[in-house]
Design a protein around this ligand. Structure first.
Ligand code: NDP
Length: 304
């Protein structure tokens, strides 16, 4: 992170004088976010071919959850073009915005807001990011693939909805805490239609799991070096590939096991890039230089 990316606060909005088009990511904490260098690199490249983007800048703000409603109002009044939301705002923001994209409703969480005359319009680009990343890094589309999804938190819910909306072949979800898994399965059941949807205990993979599945890790197991494996890949019928949403550290124990088993494997960096690129497309209505965002992240990550 560079000194060009200071952490702003709610109080800064009272004296906000930036004359250009402002975008921002808001979270609590926010110091880990590497979205500003990623988006500002894209905007610099976009400005080279379209002067409209010369005065666009992407900022970061630390906003506590109790301050979210007031902050959203102020961001709107100051004419911020768009916002990204990260932990803990993705779910609570849904109650404080004017509208929500129809495809997002089943997820119940937004990560992208667009400024409209009526107020903030909410989107969720995480699922798009996952689908694009899986295709780009593993050459595996969500459509038509059997999916083994690990986790039942916010990221897993977004991934599950995307897999079902894209007509995956089947969806098997494993989670450490059974009650959280059952809640998620109940929420997903109306969306699944004819797509087989099952839950299982990650320590006891069922014998009828499909082979050739895409395994997606949407748990936070792997963020710390001594975390357990979210599932033992050797206990599953041979998967087609493994996508771990975690990107820092770049190689989790799960990815190391996948590579040791000779399985195609990729970390969550590409998902971060593609969800960000989709958000910038929504705000700008222009083509977004994905490769510039990827390069900026690779530089920013070691310092994060
Ligand atoms: P949540 O806190 O909502 O959910 C956490 C999930 O991880 C739960 O299913 C929880 O299971 C499980 N879990 C936590 N610790 C362990 C453990 N030690 N062993 C097994 N399971 C565990 O988090 P999110 O869903 O928001 O995020 C999940 C991950 O996805 C994070 O690592 C996040 O960084 C990543 N992510 C990456 C993105 C990207 O762009 N690459 C975008 C969004 C998220 P339980 O129910 O038992 O508690």
């Amino acid at each position: 992170m560079t000194s060009a990316d200071p952490i702003h606060t709610l109080a800064d909005l009272d004296t906000w004088t930036f004359p250009g088009t402002a975008l921002a990511v808001i979270g609590h904490p926010i110091k880990h976010s590497i979205s500003p260098p990623m988006h500002n690199a894209a905007l610099a490249r976009m400005a080279e071919r379209d002067p409209r983007f010369k005065n666009w800048r992407y900022f970061r703000f630390d906003i506590a959850p109790e301050d979210l409603p007031a902050a959203l109002k102020k961001f709107h009044e100051h004419g911020f073009k768009g916002l990204n939301l990260t932990v803990p705002h993705k779910v609570i923001a849904c109650d404080h915005i004017a509208g929500i994209d129809a495809r997002v409703r089943p997820i119940g969480a937004v990560n992208t807001l667009m400024n409209t005359a009526a107020g903030w319009q909410g989107y969720n680009t995480d699922g798009f990011g996952l689908a694009a990343a899986s295709h780009e890094t593993l050459n595996i589309p969500l459509a038509g693939s059997p999916i083994v999804l690990l986790g039942a938190g916010g990221a897993a819910r977004g991934a599950a909805v995307e897999c079902l909306q894209r007509d995956c072949a089947s969806l098997w979800i494993a989670n450490r805490t059974r009650a959280n898994l059952d809640t998620l399965l109940a929420q997903l059941a109306p969306l699944a239609g004819p797509i087989p949807l099952h839950g299982f205990d990650p320590s006891l993979p069922p014998a009828d799991l499909p082979s050739g599945a895409l395994v997606i890790n949407a748990t936070s197991a792997g963020l710390k070096p001594d975390d357990p494996l979210p599932v033992d890949l050797a206990a599953l019928p041979r998967p087609r590939g493994v996508y771990d949403m975690i990107y820092n550290p770049p190689e989790t124990r799960l990815l190391a096991q996948a590579r040791a088993l000779g399985l195609p494997a990729a970390n969550g960096l590409s998902m971060l890039v593609h969800q960000g690129a989709r958000a910038l497309e929504i705000w700008s209505g222009a083509a977004v230089p994905v490769e510039a965002m990827h390069a900026a992240l690779k530089t920013a990550l070691p310092a994060a």
